[in-house]
Design a protein around this ligand. Sequence first.
Ligand SMILES: [Zn+2]
Ligand SMILES: [Zn+2]
Length: 151
Amino acid sequence: MPDKKREVIKVEIPSKAIRVQHATCPHGHNLMDSEHKINGYPSVAVLARYQDKEGLIYLDPIYGSFKNAMEIDVPEGECVEFFCPTCKEPLTLTRQICDQCGANMFEIRLPHHGLVAGCLRNGCHFHTLKLADGENLLRSLDEDHTLDSFL
Ligand SMILES: [Zn+2]
Ligand SMILES: [Zn+2]
């Protein structure tokens, strides 16, 4: 598919104002786990591997909050790998490494081709959010709050 011409616009939001609600693996398997709530909301469950250990990690669904819960012990500063718990597809991002520590990053899918990426090093909180469908996003803004009023 040809790359569409895109402009990248940075939007600053209040910390912890965004909650991931519909995360999936690249094959569309639901990663939300309503039986393991964090901050009162369904967590994002991924299969993690550290050395020869495997277990689920429940990621805090609040963007910017890191009350993650782990089934396996990962020492601070060590890196893990993430997989889809259903199809075991690696969630490691191949085209990007962490800006802050150089470790590999993982990526999970959001609706409308949005993406959340995060660092795989335990204790590193570098993460990014991409709401790729900018046109829908702009359309959903209040009429009084078109992008013009922010420029
Ligand atoms: Zn999957
Ligand atoms: Zn990092």
